[in-house]
Design a binder for this molecule. Structure first.
Ligand SMILES: [Zn+2]
Ligand SMILES: [Zn+2]
Length: 110
């Protein structure tokens, strides 16, 4: 997914996801505030050029479906080498003591 190269008032670079309006082909990021970003194309899912609400929101929903945090993590894990994967699993076990307890139970049952 493309990330916005526009400048924001609050932060230096915007880096938000960039969306495209199906109605007028307006391209830009989506912000909750008006004129938040120099490359802002949408305001709360509404195209700032043609005012299309539903098409913009549909587009947002589709893009969220395409890349959920879980899917993003799964792809990152798939790209890891075996030692890196072992480190990630170890970190997860440290971060989640409940998972560690379950892992021990699985080991014992084998
Ligand atoms: Zn932006
Ligand atoms: Zn539009």
């Amino acid at each position: 997914m493309a990330s916005c190269r526009g400048k924001r008032k609050s932060t230096a670079t915007c880096n938000s996801a960039v969306y495209r309006c199906k109605q007028c082909a307006n391209i830009g990021c989506d912000q909750v505030q008006t004129d938040e970003c120099t490359n802002q194309g949408f305001w709360c899912g509404t195209c700032v050029k043609c005012g299309t609400i539903e098409l913009a929101q549909d587009l947002l929903r589709q893009q969220r479906l395409v890349m959920t945090p879980q899917l993003d993590q799964a792809i990152k894990i798939l790209q890891l080498s075996l030692p890196e994967l072992a480190a990630v699993v170890q970190n997860e076990l440290v971060a989640n003591p409940e998972s560690a307890a379950i892992a021990k139970k699985i080991k014992k049952s084998k």
